[in-house]
Design a protein around this ligand. Structure first.
Ligand code: SF4
Length: 318
């Protein structure tokens, strides 16, 4: 009898990613996150790609509960739980100490959008400006979800949060803060976006960032059930976010060289928003405007980078 369809798909994916689906990962089963939590899927992928020779710093977030050792979950990697503002400086200190001891463990910060976009943005910027040898993973679920689904600077326009609708709550602030652009402006070695719905793309970016020195950051869009969707739609939503143009997949090297890593189908935005209660009753005008503007900038920059690559004389180092 042939294997069921889901199993066959899992086998194909595991061959592609060269992982054994039955293998132990650094993140043990039985975690206490919500069913359908996109960030636990992303965390498992990141842990597999980075490997066991790594030390993780986790500022306050849902991950404080599901990633740190507890009666339901454990990990094989050391995890240090920190306060929001101290996370990047503490991780930088650890990276420096390891370097002085001649050790090769990677230092990873796994932080939410509330930490990276808002509370610890200054600390994040300082670490980037100093060229701290860190891999920062911003787990972007577009709000302070651990404390009940409050608005952050990553919350999209027209979205309802537990404390109000975006435009009503903070008049005048109608856009998602563009963290990738902020970090690229620091001219750091590597900044990229990735999605749990595109595991090959995510894995290749983590592997690339892992091998680099200096400050690297990945922004991962991770659906959270507080958006108001059925948990079975988690990965589907992550895919629709990309294919509607809502969340572009791209990378920036050296703060200047842009590359779009996946061309979306540009499906109607409503395919993404209608599966989530947070967009009920909101008009999507501001969101459409934001997406159009983002893509115009992104296409301009990636085309400029492509022309520079073509025109670069052979004797210039790649
Ligand atoms: S609140 Fe959101 S981010 Fe937190 S565990 Fe639940 S689904 Fe995951």
């Amino acid at each position: 009898m042939p294997a069921p369809r889901g199993k066959r798909r899992m086998e194909r994916l595991s061959q592609l990613l060269q992982v054994d689906p039955r293998q132990e990962t650094a993140f043990s089963p039985g975690h206490n996150a919500c069913p359908g939590c996109g960030s636990t899927t992303a965390l498992r992928m990141v842990l597999n790609a980075v490997g066991d020779r790594a030390i993780y710093f986790v500022p306050a977030s849902c991950a404080s509960l599901y990633f740190t050792p507890s009666d339901t979950t454990t990990t094989r990697v050391p995890v240090i739980h920190t306060l929001f503002p101290g996370a990047f400086a503490e991780a930088e200190g650890m990276a420096r100490a390891l370097q002085l001891q001649g050790r090769d463990e990677k230092v990873v910060v796994w932080a939410g959008d509330g930490c990276c976009y808002d509370i610890a943005l200054g600390s994040l910027s300082g670490a980037a400006a100093r060229g701290a040898n860190l891999l920062v993973i911003c787990n972007d679920n577009e709000g302070y979800q651990n404390t009940g689904g409050h608005l952050s600077s990553a919350t999209p326009p027209d979205a309802q949060t537990r404390t109000g609708r975006r435009g009503d709550q903070v008049p005048g602030i109608t856009r998602r803060k563009d963290l990738v652009e902020i970090m690229a402006a620091h001219r750091v070695p590597y900044v990229a976006t990735a999605s749990v719905a595109y595991p090959e793309d995510l894995q290749s970016k983590v592997l690339k960032a892992r091998e680099m020195e200096g400050f690297r950051m990945l922004l991962l869009l991770t659906p959270c059930v507080t958006w108001g969707f059925e948990s079975r739609y988690s990965v589907k939503l992550a895919r629709l976010a990309v294919e509607t143009g809502y969340f572009p997949l791209y990378e920036v090297e050296g703060g200047r060289h842009y590359r779009i890593t996946h061309e979306p189908a540009m499906l109607p935005l409503e395919r993404f928003t209608r599966l989530q209660r947070r967009f009920n009753g909101g008009d999507l005008n501001a969101l459409h405007e934001e997406i159009d503007e983002k893509w115009a900038e992104l296409r301009f920059r990636s085309e400029r980078s492509r022309r520079e690559r073509v025109q670069r004389p052979a004797w210039v180092a790649a």
